[in-house]
Design a protein around this ligand. Sequence first.
Ligand code: AMP
Ligand code: MG
Length: 340
Amino acid sequence: MRVLGIETSCDETGVAIYDRQQGLLSNQLYSQVKLHADYGGVVPELASRDHVRKTVPLIQEALAEAGLQASDIHGIAYTAGPGLVGALMVGATIGRALAYAWGIPAIGVHHMEGHLLAPMLEANPPAFPFVALLVSGSHTQLIAVTGIGEYQLLGESVDDAAGEAFDKTAKLLGLSYPGGPMLERLAQQGVPGRYKFPRPMTDCPGLEFSFSGLKTSVANTVVYTDANNYQTRADVARAFEEAVVETLMIKCRRALDLTGFQRLVMAGGVSANQLLRTSMDEMIRQRGGEAFYARPEFCTDNGAMTAYVGMVRLQVGTQASLAVTVRPRWPLEELLALDA
Ligand code: AMP
Ligand code: MG
């Protein structure tokens, strides 16, 4: 079975083709980062318009890259949520309509299930069960995963997502959008330990996160220190990064203790962060467990993860009706287990 995946939930147009036997055959990505940079964040209407421009050409590119024709595709998967409603509608409409025209099944994929299963695209995929830490621009969640579609939410952020905290803090430090990778680069020049920010909600039991106070601590520090000094900004960035990383590690350790699972999967844009990866590796190694991440380009939004989830779900016969439906909000726990 060969599935074409279309991802348009936010500011990246991703199209990929996944073959059950051969794996990923093509992977096309167009990022709208430059388009939104002037505004300091994603402008939903501009995002939708750019998806309209890019989706069909990228589908043609993906077919050409794999040396395939429409008749070689057995199913189409599109991101149906969560995400920006207009942006989702573009991919869903094109995906659903193409599948109808080509006479093949279509399926709407949950974007966070895509992120969660992205490490399955790698040579050494994780076995079930595992604890998943989803850290993206919109989500910070710890999930107990016992199979495909078997997701139990253990805890999540009560306010800002980890990626959102990175983006907002980057803005405070005068960095441009998207802030996460820029802040990481600045933090690499920072002296560890010069500033120390709180590790929010680590003193109380539980697996919830809160990152909005951390951003305020940085805002106050920036006001009271020499924020125009490059080294000071780098030191503040480093301290912020360390606070987020340590907070995430403490909660992951707790989730592993609670579930008794040995494996940790980290997914979503923030999991591309090097300090987070090396710190998590070290923590997991000390416990005798195993950590799994997707390669950096599959941590952020992409069509490959959408095609993969589509393939997994289409091959057991699940498919969308002819109606084009998207869900801007869609709890991961509502997904059906694969064998349900
Ligand atoms: P996603 O929502 O999964 O597409 O991921 C995008 C989010 O990940 C944004 O908030 C980015 O700032 C954040 N991000 C991407 N790369 C990094 C990085 N290297 N370090 C920290 N955050 C990152
Ligand atoms: Mg995403």
